[in-house]
Design a protein around this ligand. Structure first.
Ligand code: PG9
Length: 627
């Protein structure tokens, strides 16, 4: 039997069982061109907010750009692990990251490494917030600390951010800190009921289930709904109402979900939080550039509503700026050279950031910088694919704009014309809640971020021809037709049920052949589309049952567009009664709260759209008179 020699003791500074993960690891940043500081900044109530400050090495008298985020300040400040500041910061920051700016990201209270309670889009102090703090005070206290404690700064702060981060920019404009010198709210969440994230005109957006779970089930974003199915179309049908889906997946433990269920209508909880009137009531002190995307699948409402509400105060037209780009939600901060099948004239997002936003920020934030030549309105004209500098927005509307809008009428037999048909006529379809119209081709997988980002430009032929979708198309145009503003739906319709949703889409139908890009032949491009929940036709706050088989008027705005329908193209309007599973289904039977509708409430209904005489349905198009 072989004898084992006793092992010689290992004589080394690092014994074999010394733990291999150090308690703290310091990343060597010797050759980095920036310094990164992490601070816990105290707010007036003693809560400390985690803040990441990225300072270019060697700068003095540098301006600060601040973003307050619910999306993890540390991650936002580290796109790549790199010794170069412009590679570390997000792509959208590159234009100023190499130009001496100090960049700051802060976790909002209660998220990630910040202390305090998280409240989803915490309302301002007042009837909905009896505490001492809100995002306006947190922004104030943060700016105050930054200008006093970041010795490299010149005491001037700008705020930028998109969506939730855009909402925190707007909040900072309420009683702003005097050091806040410029603001760029991009696609801010402004009114969560009328047309931003949570509802559109009262119809609930079920993509929010994943968002609410990710944001509020844990302090970070580590939890995901364990839905167990790839196709969310089938998944949501299986569980019934949005309320039943929520119960199944444990949402009743989440405060924000319960607030949504308790406030299905536009009551004080929602209109008390809408930011457009709040911002409009503030003095127009801090210059702001409000940025909106023309195909914003999340917050298409708030930016323009805020601009329009504030604009009357901008008497010299030099403090309240508007930008409309051909982007998806937050696309302004990414590559803007295409969206789905659409190709633009270069990287439109970079063009804006470099040529418009950067000089605007420089002018207000850098010591001694020249005045910027910022157009009051900078808008991308889709169809012709070019930027335009305008003095006002909208260019056309029902009253008080440079051009007066023009009704285009639906006609029996599926045509569309600027002339109204005489007599009386209607078209009819059956809307079946068991077979709702999809908003994008199935399978619908909410977690597919690419599909979500481009769904507003998906070819609408995938539903054209369904028996529950009405399509009306004009003759091919012989001259270009430009719209610039919000199309206004005037639908005269009846239902055999007692509640109903109405989805109206304004579509650009491409010619059968597009030699420059063959796959666009016959394409049906949604230019402006939205949904309206019929129970709110008389009052957004007090819903009412719809009398069966009785014509009702539904008036609602579609999202703003700046689009040229080119010669050879046709204008189309589509009407349908569901848009699933993005929007929860209307049971088509009036119940007090659709979130708690029972399976038996979901019933087929016969829908009629009236197309002649006094009851001819039309879309008031913001047509710009030919120059
Ligand atoms: N649209 C997102 C959001 C904003 C505000 C509230 C809820 C969601 C976002 O992109 O941040």
């Amino acid at each position: 039997m072989a004898a084992f020699a006793a092992a010689a003791p290992v004589l080394a500074a690092t014994p074999p069982l010394a733990p291999d993960i150090p308690r703290k690891f310091d990343v060597p940043v010797g050759d980095a061109d920036y310094i990164k500081r992490e601070e816990m900044i105290p707010m007036r109530d003693g809560v400390r907010l985690h803040t990441v400050i990225v300072i270019p090495k060697g700068v003095q008298h540098a301006p600060i750009i601040l973003t307050r985020t619910p999306y993890n300040a540390s991650r936002r400040a580290e796109r790549n692990v790199s010794p170069r500041m412009h590679a570390t910061l997000p792509l959208g920051d590159e234009v100023f990251a190499s130009d001496g700016y100090i960049r700051v990201f802060q976790d909002v209270r209660g998220k990630y490494k910040s202390e305090g309670d998280y409240v989803m889009t915490r309302p301002l102090r007042g009837p909905l917030n009896d505490s001492k703090v809100d995002h306006s005070t947190d922004a104030y206290d943060t700016i105050d600390w930054l200008v006093k404690h970041v010795k490299e700064s010149n005491g001037k702060v700008g705020m930028i951010g998109s969506s939730y981060e855009g909402f925190t920019v707007l909040m900072a404009l309420v009683n702003p800190h005097p050091a806040l010198k410029a603001a760029v709210p991009m696609s801010p969440m402004v009114d969560g009921w009328k047309g931003d994230d949570w509802f559109h005109n009262g119809a609930f957006r079920q993509t929010n289930f994943d968002y609410i779970y990710g944001q509020t089930a844990a302090k970070d974003d580590s939890l995901h709904v364990p839905r167990g199915a790839f196709d969310d179309y089938a998944n949501f049908l299986k569980y019934g109402s949005a309320g039943d889906y929520a119960k199944h997946f444990g949402f009743t433990q989440l405060g924000f979900w319960n607030k949504i269920v308790e406030h299905p209508a536009y009551d004080a909880y929602w209109h008390g939080q809408a930011l457009d009137p709040v911002i409009a009531a503030q003095p127009l002190g801090v210059p702001r550039m409000i940025v909106a995307s023309l195909w914003d699948q999340e917050d298409m409402y708030g930016a323009i509503a805020t601009y329009e509400a504030t604009e009357p105060k901008d008497t010299a037209n030099d403090r309240n700026f508007l930008v409309l780009g051909p982007w998806r939600h937050s696309g302004v901060n990414y590559d803007g050279s295409m969206l789905g099948a659409l190709k633009f004239d270069g990287d439109t997002a970079l063009q804006f950031r470099r040529d418009v936003m950067k000089p605007f920020l420089d002018a207000y934030l850098k010591d001694g910088a020249p005045k910027a030549d910022t157009p009051p309105v900078f808008v991308y004209e889709t169809g012709t694919n070019r930027w335009r500098r305008e003095t006002r927005w909208p260019l056309a509307c029902a009253r008080g704009c440079a051009s007066t809008s023009k009704p285009i009428y639906l006609h029996a037999g599926g045509t569309l014309d600027f002339a109204r048909a005489d007599g009386s006529a209607f078209d009819e379809y059956v809307s079946d809640p068991a077979k709702p119209v999809p908003y994008q081709p199935r399978p619908v997988h909410f977690e597919d971020g690419d599909a979500w980002r481009r769904w507003l430009v998906v070819d609408q032929r995938f539903v054209d021809g369904r028996t529950d979708v009405l399509s009306y198309a004009s003759a091919p145009l012989t001259a270009p037709l430009k719209i610039a503003g919000a199309p206004l739906v005037n639908l005269f319709a009846s239902t055999s049920g007692s509640d109903s949703d109405w989805v109206v889409k304004l579509v650009d139908v491409y010619p059968d052949e597009v030699p420059a890009q063959p796959e666009l032949g016959g394409y049906q491009l949604g230019v402006a589309m939205d949904i309206f929940r019929g129970r709110y036709r008389e009052s957004l706050e007090h819903p009412s049952a719809i009398p069966a088989d009785t014509v009702q008027a539904y008036r609602f705005e579609l999202p703003n567009a700046d689009h040229v329908f080119l010669p050879g193209h046709r204008i189309m309007v589509q009407v349908q009664s569901s848009w699933f599973p993005l929007y929860d289904r209307n049971p088509q039977t009036y119940v007090d709260n659709i979130f708690t509708a029972k399976p038996g409430d979901y019933r087929k209904a016969t829908q009629r759209v009236y197309v002649a005489g006094e009851q001819a349905s039309f879309v008031d198009l913001p047509v710009v008179a030919a120059e």
